[in-house]
Design a protein around this ligand. Structure first.
Ligand code: EPS
Length: 409
């Protein structure tokens, strides 16, 4: 089982992440981890925090001479901004007055849409900073570091994960069908991560208009995975269905309000003949490219999952992100100290973070797929995992290599 835990606050000293269950012998590409982290910092409409941070992960455990040992991998990500918050975030009961940064007043005016009010009620906090520091989207940097390791494990089995943005506010691209290669070709510093240039221009205009109005925008991103073996997940038990596990992983990203598998909610208003992907014989019965399969599917509206199990098609899952909760033209709220009506607090923030969220979505999908691959094939070392995966592929080849003789018993 592959698990990960994160710790750390947005303006604390560091973020920390522990990834448990990686097989031994995986050569870790640190530059690739940094690349994933930097991609999360990109996106038109990101806030000024991104000019402060240059996210990179320092490996603190579980890796020796570049390779995983099978022990838990621990990584830390420095918050460069900590120096400006050291007094506010100091762990000591009486922080030294010269610890660093302003001596900030408690936050008492919850922002509608963030965890502020619910968190203050739940944990009994008088200062909402004790909520927002952990609820902040900053935590997703730790998930991206963990996801980068999962991505590198999946690459050992020729499984690739990529993402693109299909809508920001009312500006949307062709919803389904962006080819995987076109998604992969998006530059890391793409301002919108949208493969449709005309839609990307509309997205940027929508972000500019929202900024001008002191408002914010959300949108929709899709994560695609190629080379995913059939048979991951199971319909045998509710919590083993991979669609549910992927949905939970994506829903857990801050600000996500809906997840779709394949064509998602559109399937509810169409007929079966317009939704289900037919199964056609592969021409000549020969085995085609990965996955080794006798069948071809002319469509993939199911997004690579049927019955909670991968079917060998590309995985396509999308997530809908609500607009950022901090508005520069704040909405109405109350002051928790007095109960009086007032404007919500204003924290430094983004206007739009959908491209960043798509990078987080990739990480979460990679983590779920890596867990499902280890669950399906096992292996305490990467070599063992690779051999077991190759053996399964050979079995599928043998089983389907020739069209069955209808006369055969
Ligand atoms: C973010 C870090 C935060 C925010 C933003 C995204 O840093 P700071 O609070 O210092 O500006 O910029 O977080 C949110 C918009 C939010 O609502 O949590 C990040 O690292 O992604």
């Amino acid at each position: 089982m592959l698990r990960f835990l994160t710790a750390g606050e947005s303006h604390g000293r560091t973020l920390t992440v522990i990834v448990d269950g990686l097989p031994a012998g995986l050569l870790i590409d640190g530059d690739a981890v940094t690349r994933d982290l930097r991609r999360r910092q990109q996106g038109y409409g990101r806030g000024r925090r991104m000019a402060i941070e240059a996210d990179a992960a320092v490996v603190a455990a579980g890796v020796r001479h570049g390779r995983t040992t099978g022990a838990p991998v621990a990584m830390t990500i420095e918050n460069r901004d900590w120096v400006n918050w050291a007094f506010t975030m100091h762990p000591e009961v009486d922080p030294p007055a010269d610890a660093g940064g302003a001596h900030r007043a408690p936050v008492t005016r919850p922002r509608p849409g963030h965890a502020d009010l619910a968190g203050a009620i739940k944990y009994g906090h008088a200062d909402i900073r004790d909520v927002l520091e952990r609820a902040s989207a900053r935590e997703t940097a730790a998930r991206v570091a963990a996801g980068a390791l999962a991505r590198q494990l999946l690459a050992q089995l020729a499984i690739d994960v990529a993402s693109h943005v299909i809508a920001i506010g009312g500006a949307s691209a062709e919803v389904c069908g962006a080819p995987f290669e076109a998604i992969l070709a998006l530059p890391d510093d793409s301002p919108t991560r949208c493969v449709d240039a005309a839609a990307a221009a509309r997205m940027i205009a929508a972000i500019d208009a929202a900024r001008e109005a002191g408002d914010t925008l959300g949108g929709v991103f899709e994560v695609a995975a190629r080379g995913v073996p059939a048979g991951l997940g199971s319909y045998a038990q509710w919590d083993r269905r991979l669609d549910g596990r992927l949905a939970q992983a994506l829903m857990s990203i801050p600000a996500i309000k809906a997840v779709s598998i394949g064509i998602g909610a559109d399937a509810a208003r169409l007929r079966g003949s317009q939704v289900h992907d037919e199964i056609l014989p592969r021409a000549g019965g020969t085995m085609g490219p990965e996955p080794a399969f006798p069948a071809v599917r002319p469509t993939n509206r199911a997004g690579g999952l049927e019955g909670g199990v991968t079917n060998g098609q590309e995985l396509r899952v999308s997530a809908s992100m609500k607009p950022i909760a901090t508005l520069m033209t704040p909405l109405r709220s109350i002051d928790l100290e007095t109960g009086a009506g007032t404007a919500a607090a204003i924290e430094r923030s983004d206007v739009c973070a959908v491209p960043a969220a798509s990078a987080v979505g990739e990480a979460m999908v990679a983590l779920v797929l890596a867990d499902a691959v280890l669950e399906r094939f096992g292996g305490d070392s990467v070599d063992e995992l690779r051999h077991r995966h190759a053996d399964w592929q050979r079995q599928v080849e043998q089983r389907f290599a020739r069209p069955r003789d209808p006369e055969a018993s």
